[in-house]
Design a protein around this ligand. Structure first.
Ligand SMILES: C[S@@+](CC[C@H](N)C(=O)[O-])C[C@H]1O[C@@H](n2cnc3c(N)ncnc32)[C@H](O)[C@@H]1O
Length: 492
């Protein structure tokens, strides 16, 4: 940094330029040293800046920039810069000059430097400022050390692969994905193992479909009651049993658990011994044709408990089930076992939620009812607002049993029947039990009618928004359901 007379002539001939850039001439070193030792380190820092900083010429015409003029030795007038060294003694000879003849060339601060200067102005105690505010030497040191990685030999740029040319395609059978698939299979197996009764087997080959199955669903063995669902406990006084005492179970003509015919005192007998397998108790052929609810005997009954013939559903599933991929209709359900007509298959399980909650969940699906797992317990619900408010709904979307994978058919081989087992008192809460309505050969897809009660009807008009039915039956009604939620449609 020095007072420097630039080359040239004319107006600039008698002007002095004070260059604050780092283009230091040999005799400037002393001044630089003085400044470096000064208590204004930011001046030094500016002086050490890289020469690439764009320079701006600034005239010192006004006294703002020159605070004081003094006459020292040799009658040389030198400027004192108020913001720089208080008395920069320069060995350079300087001509006698007026203030208007002096220009100072300073580098324009970078935005970072501007910030630093602004901060520096706010700091009262300037001692030690450089350590905190101006750690700029770090970068210079790095540059001096050439701390950027350099190639050890010649680089053939053509051999450097461009990432967009080599995007890997997702290979579900790559070693990593195979192990992921193994994990999914394991997860699914663990979930399936927790199901009570005979085995439930998935025969799903597609890894993607398997992932969906394993990730999004929990198998449960009983209803999961959610907030707001009120129920009458099994041990409530409202829960009653029959007075039968027979060693072989209840009397079919007098047992109080059996419903009465509407027009007589005769009891409706739901079960009988299976003709082709005497060890099985199955729903009677006539019962399967009618609309009725089953009340099985419970712990409050005087009969022989589990030895009573009127214990079927509560004993649980006895057939094995298989979840398989139907293709166009998603997953489906079948059994590797022969199923006899009237044989109990399994329960439809899920979260028990209020109607209000079900409506909310349904709305969250944006009106898309491509996949619906909601099942209303509307057996005793009359078409009136109060009754509907009390209605409970089973949601099998996230939690459920294997029957949640059962598809609809307009000519189904299964039927859903409302069954009260341990609790006869709560008419808004009962089981949804699937029974075979004919003999079903092993490996046949199990289906039921999502609009039970409308079996023999043809829709007046197919709702364009309804999910089209793909059951393939000759008497197919064309759509899955006119409204979104399944119900028995078989109210008395
Ligand atoms: C209770 S789930 C049955 C299991 C379902 N397939 C799955 O993959 O999870 C009901 C859904 O299955 C499909 N579905 C069932 N039966 C169908 C049929 N006959 N035609 C077309 N889709 C059907 C519909 O998407 C329906 O919303």
């Amino acid at each position: 940094m020095a007072g420097r007379v630039p080359l040239g002539s004319g107006a600039n001939q008698n002007r002095v330029f004070i260059d604050l850039t780092d283009e230091t001439e040999p005799n400037d070193s002393e001044v630089s040293e003085n400044l470096a030792q000064s208590k204004f380190p930011f001046v030094t820092a500016l002086a050490y800046r890289s020469p690439t900083v764009p320079q701006k010429r600034k005239s010192l015409d006004s006294s703002d920039n020159v605070s004081d003029w003094s006459s020292e030795g040799n009658n040389v007038q030198r400027p004192r810069l108020s913001h720089a060294h208080p008395d920069p003694s320069t060995p350079s000879p300087a001509p006698s000059l007026r203030p208007s003849q002096i220009s100072v060339v300073i580098p324009s601060p970078t935005s970072k430097q501007k910030r630093e200067i602004a901060i520096a102005r706010c700091v009262d105690n300037v001692n030690g400022m450089d350590a905190h505010i101006f750690p700029t030497t770090d970068e210079e040191e790095r540059v001096n050390k050439a701390a950027y990685p350099t190639a050890k030999g010649p680089v053939d740029r053509r051999s450097v692969p461009l990432s967009f040319q080599s995007t890997p395609t997702l290979n579900l059978l790559s070693p990593t994905n195979t192990s992921h698939l193994a994990k999914l299979r394991h997860t699914l197996d663990e979930k399936l193992k927790r199901i009570n009764g005979s085995a439930v087997i998935p025969t799903v080959d597609s890894p993607k479909r398997l992932a969906k199955l394993a990730d999004n669903f929990e198998f449960i063995n009983g209803y999961q009651y959610r907030e707001g669902v009120e129920r009458i406990p099994d041990n409530s006084d409202f829960n009653i049993g029959c007075a039968c005492t027979g060693a072989d179970g209840c009397d079919r003509f007098t047992c109080d658990c059996l419903s009465k015919e509407e027009d007589s005192e005769d009891r409706i007998v739901p079960y009988e011994i299976c003709e082709s397998n005497r060890r099985l108790i199955v729903a009677t052929k006539s019962f399967l044709k009618r609309k009725a609810i089953i009340y099985e005997c419970n712990s409050r009954c005087g009969c022989n408990g589990e030895r009573c013939w009127n214990h079927v559903v509560q004993k649980g599933r006895t057939i094995r089930l298989e979840i398989f991929d139907t293709g166009s209709r998603g997953f489906g359900l079948r059994s590797p076992d022969l199923i006899h007509r009237g044989q109990f298959i399994d329960l439809y399980l899920g979260e028990v939620i209020t109607k209000a909650e079900a409506d909310e969940r349904e709305n969250l699906t944006d009106g898309s009812h491509a996949q619906s797992y909601l099942f209303s317990l509307d057996w005793y619900v009359k078409d009136d607002d109060d009754e509907e408010r009390n209605m409970k709904v089973i949601d099998g979307r996230k939690f459920g049993s294997a029957t949640r994978f059962m598809n609809h058919s307009c000519n189904p081989n299964c039927k859903i029947v409302p069954v009260c087992t341990t609790n006869h008192a709560d008419e808004y809460l009962y089981n949804l039990a699937f029974f075979a309505n004919r003999d079903i050969a092993p490996g046949t897809e199990l289906t039921f009618d999502y609009n039970q009660g409308e079996e023999n009807t043809t829709p007046q008009k197919i709702d364009p928004e309804a999910v089209p039915c793909l059951c393939g039956e000759t008497k197919c009604r064309g759509q899955l359901w006119p409204n979104k939620r399944k119900g028995q449609g078989s109210k008395p």
